[in-house]
Each structure stands twice: as C-alpha cells, then as structure tokens.
Design a protein around this ligand. Structure first.
Ligand SMILES: *Cc1c(COP(=O)(O)O)cnc(C)c1O
Length: 366
C-alpha cells in the first residue's frame, strides 16, 4: 500500500481505561472513572427522554442539515442558523478544519501540551505543526504570534486548556486575534466553556461577530453529558461555515444525538446545577492540594491537573488498584502529574482519600 508517509509516525489515540476492563483485571466491584472529563451526573432527563421517543427511526437517515437542532441553538446563542456547523463530536469539526485548510506546504500553530487532536490531524494532512510551550499552564500567545508566517493556515487555541484547566483572559485573546492576519483561521476550542466561572472569560458569539476568521468549537460531550452520542458544533461567520461544508460528511450527526441535544439545550437548569457542583468539587481538590503542598493549576474546567512530583504512571496505578481511574500525565506531557475529572462530592472525597493513602504510603517507604 502507498500509505501517506506521515501516517507511519502516528499511533492510535489511547483513551482512558474502561470501567469493565479495570473491574475484570483487579477483581474490583466498584470503579469510579474520573479519566475522560465526562459528566458524573449523566445528562438531563429531558435529553434521555427525547432519545426514547425516537426509537422507531433506526432505519431512516438523520436530517443531514440538523435543521431543528440548528434552529434551537440559533435561538439559544442568538446567531444565524447559517453560522453553525455540526460534527460527530467536536473532534470531527477539528478533522474537517484540518481537511479543508491544511496540506503539505502549509503550517499550523498551537501551544503544547494541549488537546492532541490538532496536531494529530495536522500530521495526517501533511502540514507542519509549530508548538509554543505553555506558559504557567496557559497558551503562550506571544510565542504563537512569532511562529506565524505567510504559510500559516490555522491557529488552534484551547481555552480552558486541556489538560491544565487554565483559561485565557478575554483581553489577551482579543489582542492576539487582532494581530493575526484575516486569512488565517483562529480556532477556539472551548469544550469546557459552560464550566467557566471567570468573569473575564470571552464570549465567543461576540468574537465571531467581530472577527471574520474565528470559529469556536463546542461539544455536548462534557457538561451536557452526551459523550457517547458524539455531537459537537462550531460557531463562525457564514463564510467560514460555507468553506467547511464540502468536507462534512452528509449524515455526520446522528438522529439520537440531534434529538437529545435539542432537549438538552432546553434544560439549562441541569447545566447550572452541574456547573455549581463542579465549582464546589474543584474546591475539594484545592483544599486537599493545599493541605499536602501539592502543585496544581487553578482550573476553569471539570478536571484538575495535580503534580505529585513522582512518576505519574505509578500514581495512576496506585489509584487504579483502589478503584479510581484517573489519567496519567505521562501521555499528556506532564510526566509527574495526574489529571482527575471532578466527580460528585462523594467520588471526589473517595479519590482524595485514595490520594492521601498514596502519600502516606510514600512517606512510610522513605
Ligand atoms: C473532550 C474534548 C473535545 C472533544 O469532544 P467531542 O465533542 O466529544 O469530540 C474537544 N476538545 C477538547 C479540548 C476536549 O477536551
């Protein structure tokens, strides 16, 4: 086979371990998965009810234009229906952007460590990827500006950043976009925007109105609790959406995802409750980290990156055997930290107690 040469360097995405896998391997009855930033409270009941109603439609294709979901979000966000694009998860919109704008001879800019799909898709398309190291856990926008040249097509920004949870203040983000040429697409991946509480977190609808070269990516996988359905969306100027449409598969957003998402948008009180529980959950972790002198980043998302100043895989393994699946920072660019999704109050207390035991065992050993 004449595979694209750049594919040979890529390894498949390594997801967090599944609950079933861990149960079997360690003979544990109860497992708590805090590895993939899923919503510990599931989804709105309105969303699961909406899916049940749609069960007679297995044989039919979904609405390829997602008209009803489009209208729902258009009303909710106060943007035109033509300013939205849907994906099989926002992952797929990242893929569409790469497919539409990146090719050999172009380059693309981001910071690192961040969400790996920007780089992955850039490599698949044969584009050059340029990464500015993070500064205090956040994107180094000044360094990124220096990396831009006439062959740059796309700039990827993740705010709050995965895996640190650090966000970019609105004024810094705007100052950056103002300096980027209008023929470069600025992608703002805000998968965790609904969790943010910082007053100077940007408003992407305003950014999109003001700048013709910005697309904001959002998802129903995180606070909306619909990760298994695979649905995300992009908000941009109509011209950008029109540019992306040719690379979108005709029926990429499935019927159940559309039905659930429509109902989920209608239940904002569920979202408010999850946001508040998450804020309190973060406090549980901050209190623990402070009491144990562990370094961490203040997070605007539903996860926290905790530095154990120890081999991350070892911490991961210890917690796993206690029934808690977290994410080792090894594969995330933080070899001495673990990323923990904020769970329910009880789940947080449980994993914190397992972490306390880890630290105690370490102490006893030394
Ligand atoms: C989870 C996540 C996504 C992907 O979300 P899907 O909609 O499930 O594909 C995108 N970006 C970031 C930063 C994420 O953490």
């Amino acid at each position: 086979m004449k595979w694209k040469e750049q594919l040979l360097s890529l390894t498949p995405y390594q997801p967090g371990k599944s609950i079933e896998e861990v149960k079997k391997q360690y003979g544990l009855a109860e497992i708590t998965k805090l590895a993939s930033n899923e919503n510990p409270f599931g989804c709105s009941k309105a969303a699961s009810d909406a899916m049940q109603k749609d069960l007679s439609f297995y044989a039919l294709y979904p609405d390829g234009y997602a008209q009803e979901l489009r209208d729902t979000l258009s009303n909710f966000l106060k943007v035109k229906p033509s300013q939205l694009i849907f994906g099989n998860g926002s992952d797929e919109i990242i893929l569409m952007i790469a497919r539409a704008l990146l090719s050999p001879g172009t380059n693309t800019i981001t910071s690192a460590p961040t969400f790996p799909q920007y780089k992955h898709n850039a490599i698949v398309e044969g584009a050059e990827i340029r990464e500015a190291p993070l500064k205090n856990g956040g994107f180094d926008l000044d360094k990124m500006l220096e990396l831009i040249d006439e062959n740059t097509s796309v700039v990827w920004i993740c705010t709050p950043n995965n895996p640190t949870g650090v966000y970019i203040p609105e004024k810094d983000l705007i100052a950056f976009i103002e300096k980027v040429s209008e023929d470069v697409l600025v992608v703002i991946d805000e998968a965790y925007c609904e969790y943010t509480t910082a007053e100077d977190y940007h408003d992407s609808v305003k950014l999109v109105e003001r700048f013709p070269n910005v697309i904001a990516l959002r998802t129903f996988s995180k606070i909306y609790g619909l990760a298994s359905l695979r649905i995300g969306y992009g908000i941009a100027n109509e011209k950008i959406i029109r540019g992306l449409e040719p690379v979108r598969e005709p029926f990429n957003a499935n019927r159940f995802a559309q039905a659930a998402a429509i109902a989920a948008v209608g239940d904002q009180s569920f979202i408010e409750n999850c946001k508040e529980a998450n804020r309190k959950g973060l406090e549980q972790f901050y209190t623990f980290c402070k009491s144990r002198d562990l370094k961490y980043y203040l997070s605007q998302a539903n996860f926290i990156l905790i530095d154990f100043a120890a081999d991350a895989d070892e911490v991961f393994q210890y917690l796993l055997e206690k029934g808690y699946i977290v994410r080792s920072g090894k594969a995330l660019g933080f070899p001495e930290a673990v990323r923990v999704t904020i769970g329910s109050e009880q789940q947080n207390a449980g994993v914190i107690s397992a972490m306390e035991q880890y630290l105690k065992d370490q102490n006893d050993r030394n």
